[in-house]
Design a protein around this ligand. Structure first.
Ligand code: SF4
Length: 166
């Protein structure tokens, strides 16, 4: 069985910070479509920002969340998810990867926002998830998804498949 771990808002855009739902009112379609078309189980990870700052929160940058303690709660979530992945692998499932949302101070994989600019950077949760995966000896690719870049999302997710099929 294939499994893809996804940022919580991939399946529930309503948890995003105020004003951040831009392209999809409910789910991030390229990710859901990929899973449906390839019989992939969708494993929804908890939302670090919501757990830490609640549902009704203003958009904040990585520096603000770093200074306000997100790292420790993100580390706890990451540890739980890595442990869960280990259990799934032990029970015979294949973890295809993690699909996380770019520009989030928690979930970004390659890109963050700085004002109106896009800058290279990784979110706090993904940093902690990488650390937890290493500690659990799990080699799981992490793909950065932006709802604004559906073609890239499809290409990057599809690239996860041949590695386990061949
Ligand atoms: S912290 Fe992650 S899961 Fe939560 S809204 Fe931001 S990108 Fe989505």
């Amino acid at each position: 069985m294939y499994c893809l771990f996804v940022s919580h808002c991939v399946l529930a855009q309503c948890v995003m910070a105020e004003g951040r739902v831009k392209t999809h009112p409910s789910m991030v379609e390229p990710v859901v479509r990929f899973c449906l078309e390839n019989s992939v189980n969708i494993m929804q990870m908890p939302c670090p920002e919501t757990r830490h700052a609640g549902l009704e929160r203003q958009p904040r940058g990585k520096g603000w969340y770093e200074a306000h303690g997100l790292r420790s709660s993100a580390a706890a979530i990451a540890e739980g998810q890595a442990e869960y992945m280990g259990q799934l692998v032990a029970s015979g499932s294949t973890i295809l990867g993690v699909a996380a949302i770019e520009f989030s101070p928690a979930c970004a994989v390659h890109y963050l926002n700085r004002g109106s600019r896009i800058v290279p950077g990784t979110g706090i949760y993904i940093e902690e998830l990488r650390r937890a995966l290493l500690e659990h000896d799990l080699d799981v690719p992490i793909v950065g998804i932006s709802p604004r870049w559906p073609a890239k999302a499809k290409k990057d997710l599809t690239a996860l498949l041949p590695a386990v099929v061949s």
